[in-house]
Design a protein around this ligand. Structure first.
Ligand SMILES: O=C([O-])CC(=O)C(=O)O
Ligand SMILES: [Mg+2]
Length: 230
């Protein structure tokens, strides 16, 4: 059974927001947004060289079984990120080049697997971000237990991810952003990015070292604050 997902953002809006998120790192989003974002405690790595992903999550849990993955893939709207969470460790491969080729043809925003993928050489040819915590050549061949419904609220990396929550990932890691906080988080991240860019530019311009620009000596002497603004 497929549960209808409410769309706060249509495909064009998702594409625009994805482009805007690509200008800001997950570290900056986390620094700028405090409690509005939650870091996923997962070693997710890009498996095809595409370094970033952002979009609403379409999550499903599985027990080393392809069937829930296929059900969720079939129902994931364009622009959304298919999020597969395997309960088994180590994981068998839940996705490879064939599932990913379909995700690309369906215009999904990406594939994120708390578990294993495979076919890395072929994934490198597919222009859709694929992240996973593991890699194995061993396929999750079984199609035994269907998901009672998709999408599902899942627990992964110590965090509850609901359908429509945004996943933003890069080389530093992943954050989860509640759907109604996406634009606020993005704005805060962009402001921080601009501040950090100004500080780096000042260092490059020779305006001072980091210690000088931040007032480190005064801070250590107890006569001033540490400053990260220039
Ligand atoms: O059987 C699997 O693990 C999935 C697979 O290889 C593919 O999607 O190409
Ligand atoms: Mg394959």
């Amino acid at each position: 059974m497929t549960t209808t997902v409410e769309h706060r953002f249509d495909e064009a809006a998702i594409t625009r927001l994805r482009q805007e998120f690509s200008q800001v790192s997950t570290s900056q989003l986390a620094d700028a947004s405090g409690d509005l974002v939650t870091a996923l405690r997962l070693p997710l790595r890009s498996r095809n060289g595409l370094p970033r992903v952002a979009g609403p999550a379409f999550p499903v849990t599985t027990d080393d079984d392809m069937l829930p993955c296929l059900q969720a893939l079939a129902a994931t709207p364009p622009g959304w990120i298919l999020l597969l969470v395997n309960e088994q460790r180590p994981s068998e491969a839940l996705a490879g080049d064939i599932l990913t080729a379909s995700a690309l043809a369906q215009r999904l925003g990406g594939l994120v697997v708390d578990g294993a993928v495979r076919d890395l050489d072929d994934l490198a040819e597919l222009p859709i971000p694929v992240f996973s915590t593991e890699v194995t050549l061993v396929s999750a061949r079984t199609t035994r237990e269907r998901a009672p419904h998709v999408p599902q609220t899942v627990r992964t990396g110590g965090v509850e991810v609901r359908p429509g929550d945004w996943l933003v990932g890069d080389a530093d890691g992943f954050v989860v952003v509640p759907e109604d906080k996406v634009t606020a988080v993005l704005s805060a991240g962009r402001l921080l990015r601009a501040r950090e860019d100004r500080l780096k530019q000042s260092i490059r311009d020779g305006a001072g070292t980091l210690a000088e620009l931040t007032g480190l000596a005064d801070f250590l002497a107890g006569t001033g604050e540490l400053r990260f603004e220039v």
